[in-house]
Design a protein around this ligand. Structure first.
Ligand code: 4AD
Ligand code: MG
Length: 459
């Protein structure tokens, strides 16, 4: 059985016989000794294998191409070389899959743009090794956080008939003949479609999550989310993962408290559990990252009312590309100014104008704002969007009719306000934006294994 390199290095028992398998990062040889760095994905540095002329295939080993797959048997010994405690003195090196000079990941540093074009190979690079190890650990930490708080994990549907956010960004799911759909009064007749109605991929599990919160108290979802939003930015993907907790008997302040506890937990987790990869990001991706994350893990987050935030932006003296005016939504440049310049850390903006927010948000007594919150962080901007929900059926109905949202298809959602309705609140954390924030990576395409963005769905 092979042992993973990270496990081997933690064992710290020298002279042990071991077997590893992985891919060659580099080979050099001089005076009858070859030094091969092998990486199996389990850690950043891999391990140095030292092979000498006693190996029957020493020539073959010296000629190994970067990227070759190897199995090595040998002894783990203290390494005389700087920067590593141990190395493997090889008894045998078995070449499992050869590689050659045409392998695109040769040793030099490549641009992230280039690496995106070889998304099938980039997981074998240092940066993407670190990113996807962090991503995996964070996904596990998300579950740990909610397990420890006794939240119920619910799988909300991926195919849905309702556009939760009301932004018309549903990808259509249909088995109708795209070239010749059955027609009714001049438009496609979706009653003949697979589900007997118009359906799409979910933009959020919230509405179904609310129903579960009204039975189990505290719940969360963690699943893929799809948005046919034609915005080509460094922060938007067409397919991303979202974590959506929902709490019954909770208001907006409880919601912000949970979000704050969640984010600081994840920051501490990354610092404590992903030490090597986080140190790599600090060295290679963003200088000062560790200190930034450490500060956040200890901070309590600022909370600013939307109306005050607009005042701050108006008085800033900065010329923004998008207008600043009460009633308009905040753009990324405004969000970044608020978190980077005004606060210097994460900040909740609360109580947005109802016109720019979704139908389900609870109306405030002023008649013009809703109990919404966005969490903005330096560099990334909005990382969380959430709200207290409108639990009063009459006010929900009034808002739906103002927005032209039909009652009939949401009968089940309205029912939840008829029997045992109660104050409840929740939020959505964009998982990729979290990974960006914790790694310092600046493009969402570089924290998703195989990103889907407008006109890109290759791998
Ligand atoms: O603010 P949003 O649209 O909120 C909701 O979907 C609510 N239903 C959540 C809730 O209250 N349960 O999205 C939530 C978060 C955003 O703050 C952002 O981090 C992320 O999801 N997000 C995206 N991430 C990547 N690509 C996109 N196109 C995203 N759209 C939203
Ligand atoms: Mg939002």
């Amino acid at each position: 059985m092979r042992i993973r390199i990270d496990t081997l290095l933690k064992s710290t028992v020298a002279n042990e016989d071991c077997r590893i398998a992985g891919w060659v990062r580099s080979v050099r040889h001089s005076k009858g000794v070859a030094f091969i760095v092998v990486n199996d994905g389990s850690n950043l540095a891999g391990i140095q294998v030292v092979a000498d002329q006693t190996l029957t295939n020493f020539e073959e080993v010296c000629g190994l191409g970067t990227g070759s797959a190897l199995q090595v048997e040998g002894a783990l010994v203290a390494s005389p070389a700087a920067g590593q405690a141990f190395e493997i003195q090889a008894h045998s090196v078995h070449v499992i899959g050869a590689s050659d000079d045409s392998y695109p990941l040769q040793k030099k540093r490549h641009s992230f743009e280039f690496l995106r074009s070889i998304a099938h190979l980039r997981p074998r690079s240092n940066t993407f090794g670190a990113v996807f190890r962090l991503r995996s650990r964070l996904a596990q930490a998300v579950h740990q956080f909610f397990i420890q708080k006794n939240f119920l994990y619910v799988h909300t549907p991926i195919i849905t008939a309702s556009d939760c956010e009301g932004a018309g960004e549903l990808f259509r799911v249909s088995t109708l003949d795209a070239a010749m759909p059955p027609m009714l009064d001049g438009s496609p007749d979706f009653s003949q479609d697979f589900f007997g109605q118009k359906t799409g991929l979910t933009v959020s599990g919230q509405l179904e999550g609310e129903l579960f919160a009204l039975a189990f108290g505290d719940i969360y979802t963690f699943g893929p989310t799809f948005r046919a939003e034609n915005s080509n930015t460094a922060r938007h993907a067409s397919e991303f993962w979202m974590i959506e907790p929902e709490m019954a008997f909770a208001d907006l302040a409880d919601d912000a408290d949970l979000a704050e506890e969640f984010i600081t937990y994840l920051c501490r987790f990354a610092l404590e559990e992903c030490t090597d990869d986080m140190a790599f990001f600090d060295r290679q991706i963003e200088h000062g990252l560790l200190e930034r994350i450490r500060n956040v893990s200890e901070a309590s987050f600022a909370r600013i009312d939307y109306t005050d935030a607009i005042g701050r932006l108006e008085r800033s003296g900065v010329t923004f590309s998008y207008p600043v005016e009460w009633g308009l939504d905040l753009q990324t440049e405004h969000e970044r100014y608020l978190s980077e310049q005004v606060v210097g850390g994460p900040v909740f903006i609360t109580n947005y104008p109802k016109e720019i927010k979704a139908f389900y948000m609870r109306q405030n007594d002023d008649g013009r704002t809703v109990a919404a919150m966005d969490l903005l962080v330096p560099k990334v901007g909005e990382i969380i969007g959430g709200s207290q929900r409108e639990e009063r059926l009459d006010l929900l109905d009034a808002r739906m009719s103002e927005l032209g949202i039909a009652q009939e298809p949401l009968w089940w959602y309205r029912d939840s306000r008829r029997w045992g309705s109660c104050p409840h609140a929740g939020f959505g954390l964009g998982f990729e934006r979290l990974v960006m924030y914790l790694s310092g990576m600046e493009n969402i395409r570089d924290v998703i294994p195989f990103p889907r963005t407008p006109r890109h769905c290759e791998f």
